[in-house]
Design a protein around this ligand. Structure first.
Ligand code: SAM
Length: 257
């Protein structure tokens, strides 16, 4: 068993093979879902097909006290389902974000709001990455990714934390924060924290989608114009964009000196 895992990891050290493995089976995502959530194979497609709607319907709207309560108290395994459906149906897009990671990731990596772990697992398979701190406020997500990391034989390279403070706010070489900023009450203060834990050579990979959707599919996304303006002012005064040639909305940044 250990030998099989070692061969698997050695094989995946090659970037192209990592991408191929993701495009082929999303790092065994379906079998991980079935095993971890005890879903029968015949129920899996229905589980995934309804995931987006189930997540949106679980949002309590304006009655929510704190934005973060949705992720800690309400979503349960519905976010795992939603993210899994998204990573499977939009695998070309996710693969492009993995290509971007491969271009920039090195050393000590922070994956903030890491979800179902696609990016952390891919980084863990890279020989350029020493260690990853996977931060996610949702316990189901953390436990699921811990389980997946073990299955893929990369668990030694990942530390799991609920908050960014739990990482001891080390200096990170790479910060990955994809599709998370629009879920936070104050995205501007989050990127200030990122800035403080970067040094002059660090790179942050960031994207955002401050929009609730044409039909309120994303009721949990922040779309307040003042919050968004403060975010862009903070971004533009503290970070400098680093060009990359991949046609996606995710941007690479270093600190403004
Ligand atoms: C849309 S998912 C993105 C997941 C992953 N980065 C990806 O690209 O697939 C947003 C993630 O952010 C996490 N999250 C939300 N608020 C958070 C917070 N305050 N601190 C840490 N994680 C948070 C959620 O639990 C969820 O896993």
């Amino acid at each position: 068993m250990i030998l099989v895992l070692e061969i698997y990891i050695k094989k995946l050290k090659n970037n192209n093979l990592i991408l191929k493995e993701f495009l082929d089976n999303a790092f065994n995502l379906k079998s991980h879902l079935m095993e971890y959530l005890s879903i029968r194979e015949c129920d899996l497609e229905g589980f995934l097909a309804n995931a987006k709607m189930n997540l949106a319907n679980s949002h309590p709207g304006d009655t929510l006290n704190e934005v973060s309560d949705f992720y800690t108290e309400i979503v349960g395994d519905r976010h795992v389902a939603d993210l899994a459906a998204w990573h499977i149906t939009s695998s070309d897009y996710i693969a492009d974000t993995l290509k971007l990671q491969q271009r920039f990731s090195r050393g000590l990596v922070l994956d903030f709001g890491g979800g179902i772990g696609t990016h952390a697992l891919a980084n863990a398979m890279s020989s350029k990455v020493e260690h990853i701190f996977f931060v996610d406020i949702n316990q189901t997500n953390r436990n699921f990714v811990k389980y997946r990391a073990k299955k893929l034989g990369v668990e030694k390279k990942i530390t799991f934390c609920k908050t960014i403070q739990d990482t001891q706010l080390l200096k990170f070489d790479t910060i990955v924060c994809l599709d998370v900023l629009e879920h936070l009450a104050d995205p501007a203060s989050q990127i200030i924290t990122f800035n403080e834990i970067m040094d002059s050579n660090s790179i942050a990979l960031l994207n955002w989608y401050f929009y609730k959707g044409d039909n309120n599919e994303y009721p949990f996304h922040i779309d307040d114009s003042q919050i968004i303006e403060k975010f862009f002012e903070t971004l533009q005064s503290n970070f400098l964009e680093v060009f990359h040639p991949i046609h996606i909305t995710t941007r690479a940044y270093k600190k403004v000196r």
